[in-house]
Design a protein around this ligand. Sequence first.
Ligand SMILES: [Zn+2]
Length: 138
Amino acid sequence: MLELVKIEVQRVKCYSPLGIFIGWANEYEFNDLRARIAESGAEGYSIEFNGERIPITPVGKIDNWPQGLFDFNEIAISRMFKVQIAKWKKENAEKEIAIQQAKNKIGIKTDECDCSEYPAIHQGPGKPLICSNCNQEL
Ligand SMILES: [Zn+2]
């Protein structure tokens, strides 16, 4: 069984346009601040992250998003997507093979096909044409 990993909620220091510390913000509070900055067009707000002052633009953007800043969720979700996509690709490849095997069973065997009797399939630029009956390269 997997054990639950405790993850500390990240917080950053937030500063007003005059450089006055206005408090610590977690990801929700930070995004709320960014939204309110965007809504009001306020200039000069910033946060402190890894000892660096990072400005929030009047539309609520961070121009050069630093690595490690509120990116835990994104990284965790992409780890999960990576597994899901690999699984989906594997299942699709297995389906393709099964379809091909079924076609070979009911259709004309590759070595018996007169490919000139069937339309050719374009697989895309730089790829060979294949016979629509036996899937052999032409
Ligand atoms: Zn053929």
